[in-house]
Design a protein around this ligand. Structure first.
Ligand SMILES: O=P(O)(O)O[C@@H]1C[C@H](O)[C@@H](CO)O1
Ligand SMILES: O=c1cc[nH]c(=O)[nH]1
Length: 318
């Protein structure tokens, strides 16, 4: 069975569940939010950009970075974790930007997305763009490169996500918003410090055996078999490998959210498995997708050139 994508005509976030309308209250358990305990439209109604990524610290750092980039008062260090009542996920709001962590892997991001999408729906948000800013393993490209996903593929290089529902397998499309990917690639032209490209992203259920690593606790294949698989992936257009893009693309597409995946690569998987780059370099790599998304958000808000002019004025007067 194959499901169709959502219609985003009116810009609202769709939930495709008839049971929700019959519920007196919706408790978003893993976010520690709810329709009776919180005024969701007041708290979140102005959200236009949602950025998600695996690590809570990265998403806090992104919120602090956006606080500065959008010119809010103060240093943003005291930005509050809206989900502090649970230690499952972290969530920060900076003006129209929501920054949310999702943990590692498909099950973890899928739970977060169910609740986040319902949150955006209950809050009556309109015209929301959602972007995953993550890390990944690169294929045949320089470590530190940023890949904007054009198509999210499964481990068989198919653009689909298989969701088991009861005892059925439902196949969902993993198509992402092409115009958004193009817009992001255009924004990347403003950055000259690292390469950014579009490419296919392969999404796996595991970091070790699932990504053809030889260094896990279990491994039953040879180095030759690993390279043969990774080279086939490269020839199929895969430029990076991570663990969330297919379900992210599928769920956002069905619910009418314009979505993109932007990941930095930490290593070239054709050259090794272990991540050997020093901690400081890893931190700098993780900031690269954030830099790109900041330019995108500022451009969308009409703040980009204004900031550039202010930067130039500051430079000239000093
Ligand atoms: O957003 P992150 O950096 O968590 O994405 C990738 C995929 C897995 O979640 C994790 C594996 O190290 O990194
Ligand atoms: O190799 C890598 C690096 C980061 N994240 C992944 O899923 N794989």
């Amino acid at each position: 069975m194959t499901e169709k994508k959502g219609y985003a005509g009116n810009g609202f976030v769709h939930v495709k569940n008839p049971h929700l309308a019959l519920m007196d209250e919706d408790i978003l358990y893993h976010l520690d939010l709810g329709t009776k305990t919180h005024n969701l439209p007041a708290m979140f109604g102005d959200i236009k950009f949602v950025c998600v990524g695996g690590s809570p610290n990265r998403m806090k750092a992104f919120a602090q970075f956006m606080h500065k980039e959008l010119g809010f008062e103060g240093d943003g260090k005291d930005v509050k974790d809206i989900c502090a009542g649970t230690d499952r996920y972290s969530m920060y709001k900076v003006g129209p930007v929501l920054s949310v962590s999702h943990g590692m892997g498909i099950p973890s991001i899928s739970i977060m997305l169910h609740e986040l999408i319902k949150l955006l729906h209950h809050a009556k948000c309109q015209g929301v763009t959602i972007i995953r800013i993550g890390t990944s393993g690169g294929l045949g490209i320089e470590p530190g490169s940023v890949v904007i996903t054009d198509t999210a593929l499964d481990s068989f290089f198919k653009p689909q996500f298989e969701q088991v529902i009861l005892d059925n397998v439902v196949v969902r499309s993993t198509e992402l918003d092409k115009d958004l990917a193009e817009e992001l690639l255009n924004c990347s032209k403003e950055i000259h410090d690292f390469p950014t490209m579009t490419g296919h992203t392969m999404c796996t259920y595991d970091f070790y055996e699932g990504q053809g690593r030889l260094d896990g606790a279990l491994c039953s294949f040879s180095s030759e078999k690993k390279l043969e698989y990774l080279k086939r992936a490269y020839n199929a257009g895969v430029r990076n490998i991570e663990m969330e893009s297919t379900v992210f693309a599928a769920m956002c597409g069905l619910c009418g959210l314009k979505a993109a995946v932007v990941c930095v690569t930490l290593l070239n998987r054709l050259e090794g498995d272990q991540i050997t780059v020093p901690h400081e370099v890893l931190l700098e790599y993780q900031r690269r997708p954030q830099q790109l998304i900041s330019i995108f958000i500022k451009k969308r808000l009409g703040l980009y050139n204004q900031n550039k002019l202010l930067d130039n004025a500051f430079f000239l007067s000093n």
